[in-house]
Write a protein that binds this ligand. Structure first.
Ligand code: NAD
Ligand code: ISE
Length: 338
């Protein structure tokens, strides 16, 4: 079965995923595209033989759309995801699931009422080979119980439009999701401490930031978010356990020895760093739909948790206090007790 996908939002990552679903992932075809900029929708739709439709509701309702891909701006995600659930269609929503806890909970409740999982959130790091190997090592008990996690999320530069809150909402949200999954644990509090700011930043941006999280089991996490580090896109993660540690590998790169130096390249953007993870994420999503299965990737509940924790991190920075994460109990529908 070919899964016919309708895309809402033909911007940067929308186009990247259209290309991925057309050229890299088998078993999928893009049949409809919309964007609030109709010219952009037409430009993205035409080369792949899809129709450009007027709005997200038309994409969700289209007879030739089996599954929906939401790649519009974050504040618009909830509306499109809720429409897809109402239509009973699987929906892949790029992060964030929604920008407020309330909207995330509306999605969670709508999916529970539907009675079957339809929603997957685009936290692609769970599909990265290195993170998957780390999880296997932790689950095998090889390093004993995890105690501490050290992380860094560094971008070479960010545009002027990147604001201080985005360090938590846009960037750290990836670590928040992947660490909940890696540790099979919940983040219960957040704190932010601020080193002196780098001079290589826009005037309005506070960069870098150090985020400190505590989990329900008592693991302590430190995360450096430094989005103007200049030298490259660099994602680091090291989990220290009672009997050893496990570290995320750097992407494979040849070592060059010349002129008295030994060097390896550092990637400069997240597209290259997580290309394979994005491909795997979409391969698994499409294969699951084709097989008639519920999605197995990050759920609407994970989307809710990530939004609550990243919002608490913003609050922690503003208040300069340790902030408790105020999260509802996880429903049984999502593997919890409630
Ligand atoms: P973008 O601004 O390049 O593209 C968004 C597009 O959506 C624009 O073309 C805009 O016109 C369109 N749009 C906005 N609201 C719409 C609506 N209601 N209906 C139809 N079209 C609408 O942004 P982007 O960088 O492509 O990011 C899009 C989403 O993907 C964001 O939520 C972002 O956080 C997420 N993202 C995820 C990753 C990742 O690593 N997983 C990376 C980048 C972006
Ligand atoms: C961007 O929006 C992403 O989602 C990238 O994965 C992340 O690494 C980057 O810091 C964000 O700005």
């Amino acid at each position: 079965m070919t899964v016919r996908v309708g895309v809402i939002g033909a911007g940067w990552i929308g186009q990247e995923h259209i290309r991925r679903l057309t050229e890299t992932v088998t078993g999928a075809r893009i049949t409809a595209v919309t964007d609030i900029d109709p010219g952009r929708a037409a430009e993205a739709a035409e080369p792949v033989g899809a129709r450009a439709l007027s709005d997200g509701a038309a994409v969700v309702a289209a007879d030739d759309v089996d599954a929906v891909l939401v790649t519009s701006w974050g504040p618009t995600h909830a509306e499109h995801v809720l429409n897809a659930i109402a239509a009973g269609k699987p929906v892949f929503c790029e992060k964030p699931l929604a920008t407020t806890a309330e909207d995330c909970l509306r999605i969670v409740e709508a999916e529970r009422a539907h009675g079957r999982r339809l929603v997957q959130v685009g936290f692609m790091r769970r599909y990265d080979a290195g993170y998957r190997q780390m999880k296997q090592v932790i689950e095998a008990g090889t390093i004993g119980e995890p105690l501490i996690v050290h992380c860094a999320h560094r971008n070479p530069t960010v545009p002027e439009s990147y604001g201080t809150d985005m360090a938590a909402l846009d960037s750290a949200v990836h670590e928040i999701d992947v660490l909940r999954w890696l540790l099979d644990d919940e983040i219960v509090s957040a704190q932010v401490v601020l080193p002196r700011p780098t001079s290589n930043r826009s005037e309005h941006l506070r960069d870098p930031q150090i985020m400190l999280f505590e989990t329900a089991k008592g693991v302590r996490i430190d995360l450096e978010v430094f989005v103007n580090c200049q030298y490259g896109y660099d994602i680091q993660c090291e989990t220290v356990g009672e009997e050893g540690l496990v570290r995320l590998p750097d992407p494979a790169a040849v070592g060059v020895r010349t002129a008295g130096r030994h060097s390896t390249e550092v990637l400069t953007d997240w597209v290259g760093r997580f290309r394979d993870a994005f491909d795997t994420e979409f391969r698994e999503w499409i294969a699951g739909i084709a097989a008639g299965n519920e999605p197995t990737g990050p759920s609407a509940w994970d989307g809710y948790a990530a939004t609550v924790i990243s919002n608490a991190t913003v609050e922690a920075r503003r208040s300069a206090a340790v902030t408790t994460v105020d999260m509802k109990p996880r429903p049984a529908f999502y593997g919890g007790q409630a």
